[in-house]
Design a protein around this ligand. Structure first.
Ligand SMILES: Nc1ncnc2c1ncn2[C@@H]1O[C@H](COP(=O)(O)OP(=O)(O)OP(=O)(O)O)[C@@H](O)[C@H]1O
Ligand SMILES: Nc1nc2c(ncn2[C@@H]2O[C@H](COP(=O)(O)O)[C@@H](O)[C@H]2O)c(=O)[nH]1
Length: 186
């Protein structure tokens, strides 16, 4: 089977990690673990959710791309991608839209970009609250330039990304299964 990376992108709270977990559980697709300087949320674990870094240790990796998101650094390494591909030709990664654009450019048809969205943006606040996000951090994030930017599909991804509206989980699951099936049959 050809190597592919399913790039899950979209705004905060749209369900990127939920879809990555689904693909892990039902298709055994490993997720590329990325690096960040932000602090762990309650329940997040180093080397499982992220490689949690400080400003110095963040520099010690070979990145395919890095971004600044809400004032924190994030990056995905070539080694992380290779480690995941050694386990399975089909893998996932969760990225902001700037990272997704870089993946589409760098990896061409090896990257299957899925842009997640919701019909009512107010629903994102409810979801982040239910997830237990720190209220101050959540408000800061919702006021960030990146939040505004990721609310719409970037022009560079039009025609390249599959758009999935994640209002109803069962419908999302069906849509994701179709995307996976198409990639497997390619
Ligand atoms: N279809 C859905 N209906 C209701 N809640 C959902 C749905 N999909 C995901 N959620 C919930 O919404 C919350 C946010 O989802 P998730 O953490 O996957 O988002 P994310 O896009 O990875 O966010 P971030 O970029 O902030 O990490 C979680 O609590 C998740 O369980
Ligand atoms: N371009 C990249 N984006 C990344 C990477 N790792 C995570 N992310 C995205 O950042 C925001 C914020 O993540 P959060 O975990 O703090 O909510 C979100 O859109 C992630 O998808 C990366 O290595 N590169």
């Amino acid at each position: 089977m050809k190597r592919k990376v399913f790039v899950l992108t979209g705004n905060t709270g749209t369900g990127k990690t939920t879809v990555a977990n689904y693909l892990q559980d039902f298709y055994e697709m490993p997720r590329v673990i990325t690096h960040t300087t932000r602090l762990p949320r309650d329940g997040e674990m180093d080397q499982i959710d992220y490689y949690f870094e400080n400003a110095d240790s963040f520099k010690n990796n070979h990145y395919l791309e890095t971004v600044l998101y809400d004032g924190q650094q994030y990056g995905s390494s070539w080694e992380g991608l290779e480690r995941a591909w050694e386990k399975n030709p089909l893998i996932t990664i969760v990225l902001d839209t700037a990272g997704a654009i870089t993946y589409a450019e760098e990896l061409a048809d090896k990257a299957v970009v899925i842009y997640l969205t919701v019909s009512r943006p107010n629903e994102l606040l409810n979801r982040l609250e239910r997830r237990g996000d720190n209220v101050t951090m959540m408000k800061q994030r919702l006021a960030s330039n990146e939040f505004e930017r990721d609310n719409v599909l970037p022009k560079a991804l039009v025609g390249k990304a599959v758009v999935v509206t994640n209002d109803d989980w069962e419908e999302t699951r069906t849509a994701i299964n179709q995307v996976v099936q198409a990639a497997i049959e390619e």
